[in-house]
Ligand binder design. Structure first.
Ligand code: ACO
Length: 326
């Protein structure tokens, strides 16, 4: 029996720190407003010219070192991002070229905040079927370059940050690893959180981009998130016969601290069971769980053999969960 497991984790955030105080140079906002509504105190932004494939490189090297592997052992790459450096091809191709990974297959997935968990599901299938041995699941975002810095953009602009996380997924025979994944979507809410352009339906006016910034119906997102997060967590627990208290750590997508706090309350779990680093990095969409997992491992919050539950919710709307023996 081949069991997919997480053999290595890595992350990278760019060095430039943008505090809530800094936000006040663009927006009519305050540190109190941002912290109270989202928990975010600061986030990281890239310097101009840096793409998600660049951020992924140090994260990938860290994950390889953690797994005790060489890059040539990687035989497939899944790259999750909502902020690719080109409309096409996907960021995975740029990453593959920069890392000199030969001609191995690369698959980009555009699944926004749930991209990492959807990618994990694919990686599990690839290694458990035997098609690939060592899959690099990369999640990287550069969102700062498309943030609307006019005051109109303040509700969304204060929330997002840049960063990358990588896990190496391999198979082992003896012990369990990624036990189950649970994927959902509800396209009725696609326009409650979206970036409408560039749009092929507007062709041939594709260069006349007007709606490049993210539109978010914040209240609708909040309402659905606090329903779907607990639902998918319970689904992951039930699928494995786990009691909510026996889980060592829950890592939710770092959407908003207030959402995670409410989810913990709904589930009747102490907040300490939920890992948070949104305070430092903001919402890094697809990358957030991968960054949190790598950081939790290094600060001792997550240990080998721990029972770990991941949960994500985001644009689409999509939501997803995973139960893992780390
Ligand atoms: N600073 C100061 N004031 C602001 C800001 C800001 N950055 N942004 C909006 N405001 C103002 C609004 O203009 C409004 O002013 P008004 O009353 O004079 O009209 C007031 O604050 C309240 O605005 P609302 O939009 O009603 O704010 P709300 O209380 O709903 O909070 C928020 C907005 C924080 C976005 C909330 O809806 C929320 O937490 N939603 C969840 C969305 C989220 O976290 N998404 C994460 C990304 S998506 C994902 O990862 C799943």
């Amino acid at each position: 029996m081949r069991n997919a497991y997480i053999a290595g984790t890595g992350y990278y955030v760019p060095p430039k720190v943008v505090t809530n105080q800094d936000m006040m140079q663009w927006y009519d906002t305050t540190d109190e407003w941002i912290t109270e509504r989202s928990g975010i105190r600061e986030r990281r932004w890239v310097e101009a010219g840096t793409g998600p494939s660049d951020l992924a490189i140090p994260a990938f090297n860290m994950a390889l070192e953690d797994a005790g592997m060489e890059k040539d052992e990687i035989d497939f790459v899944i790259f999750a991002t909502l902020s690719p450096e080109a409309w096409f091809p996907g960021s995975g191709c740029f990453f593959q070229e920069k890392m000199n990974l030969g001609t191995i297959g690369v698959l980009d997935i555009r699944q926004q905040c749930t991209g990492f968990v959807y990618g994990l599901s694919l990686a599990k299938l690839f290694v458990e079927s035997g098609q690939y041995k060592n899959v690099a699941l990369v999640a990287a975002e550069v969102q700062s370059t498309s943030i609307d810095l006019s005051n109109e953009g303040r509700t969304v602009g204060v929330l997002f940050g840049d960063g990358a996380g990588v896990v190496i997924v391999r198979a082992r025979e003896d012990e369990p690893g990624i036990l189950s994944t649970h994927l959902h979507a509800d396209g009725r809410f696609a326009k409650e959180l979206w970036v409408p352009e560039p749009s092929s339906t507007h062709y041939p006016k594709v260069t006349d981009v007007n709606n490049l910034h993210c539109y978010m119906n914040g209240r609708e997102v909040f309402k659905h998130a606090v329903t779907r997060f607990p639902e998918v967590i319970n689904e992951a627990l039930d699928a494995n016969g786990w009691n909510k208290d026996e889980v060592d750590l829950y890592i939710p997508h770092q959407a908003n601290l207030r959402i995670s706090q409410m989810v913990a309350k709904i589930l009747g779990l102490p907040e300490e069971k939920f890992y948070h680093n949104i305070q430092k990095y903001g919402n890094t969409t697809a990358a957030s769980i991968a960054i949190a997992m790598a950081e939790a491992q290094r600060d001792g919050s997550l240990k080998k053999g721990d029972k770990l539950v991941l949960a994500a919710f985001g644009a689409g709307f999509t939501w997803a969960g995973a139960a893992i023996i780390f």
